[in-house]
Design a protein around this ligand. Structure first.
Ligand code: NAP
Ligand code: ZN
Length: 347
């Protein structure tokens, strides 16, 4: 077994702290990755604090992992020692159901294996990227080309694919007015990707202080959602809204910003349900839809898309030991725009 240093949550209330555990030795199709960086996703907070239920402790969060291959199993063909690679939100799936066959492993109908807070097919609990190394089947390891700024690539593995996938699925691009709701980790990637796909992008934010950043990120407009008058003026303006908000909020009010046939795409996953009056949809034939990360082929496509256009995340790199402070700042919407853990701090 491989002794692995990490930071873990031990219960919903206490701060994360140091933890050492064993990872499996690589099997014939496995890759062993020395982790360089791991992004901090708001889903890590939801799960470490058991806000979605079903938390298993000790829990090593982290699903925005980049690093280098340091060992490969005898049958591995896709990766070799020295390659720069990434791992996202899942490390295995059934590979047989309709969703898996379509490359939509995130919607696996039988047995998806989440990168952490999940279980391998043999029942072993999975542990994530707030750690020094990880072992995964080669098919679930992504190739990373932007070697220059590896810390800024890590967030693509979740924030990047979670926003890229729905933009592609609903064919958001030229001629569309896209509103990105919430300018955090997902939101800032949605702005960059929406702009790259040709959409006219507006940031909708509760933080007036992020206005200048929105422009720097490429957004064409900014709407301070706490300004009631500005909010009312925007009624019926957008073709698409991509809602990345992590806390409960008034979905009906945001839906009112959609034009006829407009689509609001939920990717944010607050822990409490939202009220949704039918009139907010039926009066303009609006839709509210949802989307979960992306499959392996599309994640690779997104990484290549970003590498070709030099798109990375705006990051604040901190040692793993600073993760609790990072959580607190994210909860205050004080993130510019993704915390990334330097996993060498554990060695
Ligand atoms: P984050 O970096 O903390 O950003 C969330 C942003 O939401 C904040 O920066 C803030 O932006 C806005 N916000 C917070 N509270 C708000 C409120 N009460 N009302 C309106 N806006 C509020 O979080 P993240 O990592 O981007 O994740 C966002 C959500 O997506 C989380 O719930 C996460 O679990 C979920 N997620 C889903 C998927 C998926 O596959 N669907 C994947 C990853 C993450 P402003 O300051 O601009 O208002
Ligand atoms: Zn995530």
């Amino acid at each position: 077994m491989l002794e692995t240093k990490a930071f873990a949550a031990f219960d919903p209330k206490q701060p994360l702290s140091a933890y050492t555990f064993a990872r499996r030795e690589p099997r014939p199709n496995d890759v062993l990755i020395s982790i360089a960086y791991c992004g901090v996703c708001h889903s890590d907070i939801h799960q470490a604090r058991n806000e979605w239920g079903g938390a298993k402790y000790p829990m090593v969060p982290g699903h925005e992992i980049v690093g280098r291959v340091v060992r490969v199993g005898a049958a591995v063909t896709k990766h070799k020692v020295g390659d720069t690679v990434g791992i996202g939100c899942f490390v295995d799936a059934c590979n047989e159901c309709d969703a898996c066959k379509r490359g939509l492993q995130q919607y696996c109908e039988r047995s998806i294996v989440w990168t952490y807070n999940g279980a391998e097919k043999d029942g072993t609990p999975t542990q994530g990227g707030y750690s020094t190394q990880i072992v995964a089947h080669e098919d679930y390891v992504l190739r990373v080309r932007n070697e220059g700024a590896l810390d800024a690539v890590a967030p693509l593995l979740c924030a990047g694919i979670t926003t890229y996938s729905p933009l592609k699925h609903w064919k958001v691009g030229k001629g569309h007015k896209l509103g990105v709701v919430g300018l955090g980790g997902l939101g800032h990637m949605a702005v960059k990707l929406g702009v790259a796909l040709g959409a006219d992008v507006t940031v909708l934010s509760t933080s007036e202080s992020k206005r200048a950043d929105a422009t720097k990120l490429g957004a064409h407009d900014f709407l301070a959602t706490r300004d009631d008058k500005a909010f009312k003026r925007a009624s019926g303006r957008f073709d698409f809204l991509l809602d990345t908000v992590s806390a409960p909020h008034d979905l009906a009010a945001y839906a009112g910003l959609l034009r006829t046939d407009g689509v609001m795409i939920l990717v944010g996953a607050p822990d409490k349900p939202a009220a949704l009056p039918a009139f907010s949809l039926i009066t303009r034939r609006r839709s509210i839809v949802g989307s979960l990360i992306g499959g392996i082929p599309e994640t690779q496509e997104m990484l290549d898309f970003c590498a070709d256009r030099a798109i990375t995340a705006d990051v604040e790199v901190v040692p793993v030991q600073a993760v609790n402070e990072a959580y607190e700042r994210m909860l205050r919407s004080d993130v510019r725009y993704r915390f990334v853990l330097d996993c060498s701090s554990l060695r």
